[in-house]
Design a protein around this ligand. Sequence first.
Ligand SMILES: N[C@@H](CCC[C@H](N)C(=O)O)C(=O)O
Length: 268
Amino acid sequence: MTLHFHKYQGTGNDFVMVDDRARQFPADDHALVRRLCDRRLGIGADGLILLRLLEGYDFEMVYFNADGYLGSMCGNGGRCTVAFARYLGAIEQTTSFLAADGPHHASIDPDGTVHLRMQDVAGQQAVEEDVFLDTGSPHLVRFLPASSLAELNVFAEGRAIRYNDRFRERGTNVNFVEAPTAAGQPWQVRTYERGVENETFSCGTGVTAVALAASRRGASSPIHLRTPGGDLRVSFEARPDGSFTQVYLSGPATRVFEGRWEEVTGNR
Ligand SMILES: N[C@@H](CCC[C@H](N)C(=O)O)C(=O)O
């Protein structure tokens, strides 16, 4: 099989991006998606995204995690897919598209910043000392004491939560957070991602969950968040019943390179 692909990254969360408007990609081939995302044996990415045509929308975003299986909503992937649609000439400055969690609107600033409207969020649940929210994908948010995030073993701690008795079956993404120590500083976030089963440089639905959880701790919209791969902004309106609306995730989405992948067997 020969595949023409593009590589995108949004604050270091990286994706193999495929223009599948002709619907030729074998989306049921989980092993193929896994090989393409493999950082040693393939192109290397946290996930693979198909951009497909869909009636009533500018496009559909079909998102696979690096494990080869369909994921739930991907915020950084959504921003990258919007940038890709613009690169392909399929949209101009604004768009409406369908993703795993439903319809989304987005716009692109002249500097390339993509503002992605997320689904309204019903509320949040306390899980012992932590908070659980669904921002299109499931997220556990754990607030840490000052100066503990940099040294944290996110892989080990995140994996232990993702596979505990509560989450093992459906899985969850796990976000570790440090609050700003001075006004104007960002919230710092590191995320263990379900489906990648590792720490990623950034998670868009993750920082959205963190921002909404932080608002219950006194933070007000818009909230500035820093991930190992870069900075994101989340704005929202908090409703008195505990839900959130007008939730926007904003940040850069960059096309890194494009290429042709051809599966080589034997010693060619
Ligand atoms: N990196 C993503 C999150 C993708 C969803 C996730 N790994 C899952 O299916 O649970 C983001 O930017 O939101």
